[in-house]
Design a protein around this ligand. Structure first.
Ligand SMILES: [Zn+2]
Length: 267
């Protein structure tokens, strides 16, 4: 049973790592209720307990508002207050203290850019965070710690964003069209056909991605390695233009002169 739970937890961590870019060491912001739970159930040291849960190193955070809230609760929460003071304070913009839930929500606002796990026993906050796509939630259940499974809202969000990523947006296509026009003007006629347009767009995408690192490669075989073949190629077209070529020409200098003449006559 325990192994099953652990597997489920690790799968959730993988979900958030893969879909939202959470990276080790995972940042966990703990509110007062969670710190109190850790102490009450002797889940200590806290970072070990959370590292075991997430299967990776963790860094624990609180915030000024969280510690201030614990302070306001008086002697009964003095131990929790002390513990929260040992955690790294996540920066929040609140000059006047707000309640811990509001503070955490402001920290993870705008897509949880700093990739915080939120650890809380506050049921109402947990319910609200399920609606936020990129916030994994940790809570304690007696002696064990758990991560909430990705909610349907979170799974839906990932699904939608994956589909979006597969298709270029209108603005992206416009930018690409411009690029194609600028780069391919004159060289490659811009075909109005939809299929060929997508082809050129793809080509321009490839070229913008690779151009920085792409080296020019010689086209065709190394001319030095197929000397004999080349001499034949040179000797074949020359009789057509000049009518007669002495077959016994063996000196390289003469052949060079021939090819020079051809180029001159061709242009
Ligand atoms: Zn705050």
């Amino acid at each position: 049973m325990r192994v099953k739970k652990q597997k489920r937890n690790r799968r959730t961590v993988k979900f958030f790592s893969a879909c939202f870019g959470f990276r080790e060491p995972f940042k966990v912001i703990c509110d007062g209720t969670f710190i109190h739970h850790l102490l009450a159930h002797r889940l200590l040291p806290a970072d070990d307990a959370l590292a075991k849960l997430l299967g990776a190193r963790v860094t624990l955070f609180s915030s000024r508002c969280i510690t201030a809230e614990l302070k306001s609760l008086g002697q009964s929460h003095s131990e929790s207050l002390e513990a929260s003071l040992q955690l790294i304070p996540a920066s929040c913009d609140h000059e006047k203290r707000v309640n811990a839930a509001a503070c955490i929500e402001s920290i993870i606002a705008e897509g949880n850019g700093k990739h915080f796990f939120v650890a809380t026993q506050d049921i109402e906050l947990r319910r609200r965070l399920r609606e936020v796509p990129s916030v994994p939630v940790i809570y304690g259940l007696k002696n064990s710690l758990l991560i909430e499974q990705p909610s349907t809202a979170q799974r839906e969000f990932v699904k939608c964003s994956e589909e979006k990523r597969l298709h270029a947006s209108v603005s992206e296509i416009q930018i690409l069209r411009k690029e194609v026009n600028e780069t391919d003007q004159g060289r490659d006629s811009f075909d109005p056909d939809q299929s060929s347009r997508t082809r050129t767009l793809k080509r321009s995408l490839d070229s913008t991605e690779k151009s920085k690192f792409k080296r020019k490669r010689a086209k065709g075989p190394n001319p030095l390695s197929c000397k004999k073949k080349k001499s034949k190629e040179v000797s074949i077209p020359s009789p057509n233009k000049e009518g007669s070529v002495p077959a016994k020409k063996r000196k390289r200098t003469r052949k060079k002169k021939d090819s020079g003449l051809e180029q001159g006559s061709g242009s």
